[in-house]
Design a protein around this ligand. Structure first.
Ligand SMILES: [Cu+2]
Length: 163
C-alpha cells in the first residue's frame, strides 16, 4: 500500500492584520530631541576684538545617560560656519586643530574652555553686542541635536558663571 502525502495546508493565509483601532502617530515637525541625559551649561562667547575674526564658543556638555554620545557638528546662529577645535601642543607647538568628532562618554562632562576644546565660529556678523545671546546647536552622529543659548561677552571679558 502506498502512502500519499497531501499538502493540504498550502492555501492557509494569515488574516491577522486587522486594524487595532489606535490613531496613527503624526510625526513631530520640531527638531529632533536631544539624546537622553544630555545637557549643556555655561554657554558663552567673547565677541572678537576685530571684525572678521572668528569667535570661540565655550560650554560644558554633560551626559547623564547610559550611552556614550558622539558630537559631529556644530552650528552657531548667524555665523557662516563652525568647527570643533582643540588648542593643545601639537608636535611641540601650541596650536588649534580641528576635531572631526567629540565623544561625550556616559556619566561624564566634557568642558569646552579657553586653552582647550572650543567651537570656532567663522563669519560672524558685525554689530554683536555684549549681553546678547546666540543659539548654538550641536549635532550627534545618530542624528539628534541639542540647542542652547550662548551669552555674548565683550572682547577679553571674563566669564562669570554666577551662582
Ligand atoms: Cu579655534
Amino acid at each position: 500500500m502506498k502512502k500519499f502525502l497531501i499538502a493540504g495546508a498550502a492555501g492557509i493565509m494569515s488574516l491577522g492584520l486587522a486594524a487595532c483601532g489606535s490613531e496613527p502617530e503624526v510625526p513631530e515637525e520640531t527638531a529632533p530631541e536631544a539624546p537622553e541625559g544630555i545637557s549643556v551649561t555655561d554657554g558663552r562667547m567673547n565677541i572678537p576684538a576685530a571684525s572678521g575674526n572668528p569667535g570661540a564658543v565655550y560650554f560644558t556638555i554633560t551626559n547623564d545617560g547610559t550611552e556614550d554620545q558622539m558630537l559631529r557638528a556644530a552650528n552657531v546662529e548667524s555665523a557662516e560656519s563652525a568647527l570643533f577645535h582643540e588648542t593643545a601642543e601639537w608636535s611641540g607647538q601650541v596650536d588649534m586643530q580641528e576635531l572631526l568628532q567629540v565623544n561625550v562618554p556616559a556619566g561624564e562632562s566634557v568642558v569646552f574652555e579657553q586653552g582647550g576644546k572650543h567651537v570656532m565660529a567663522f563669519g560672524l556678523p558685525d554689530g554683536l553686542e555684549a549681553g546678547g545671546e546666540l543659539e548654538v546647536t550641536l549635532s550627534f552622529v545618530r542624528g539628534d541635536k541639542v540647542s542652547f543659548p550662548v551669552v555674548l561677552l565683550g572682547p577679553g571679558e571674563e566669564y562669570d558663571p554666577g551662582e
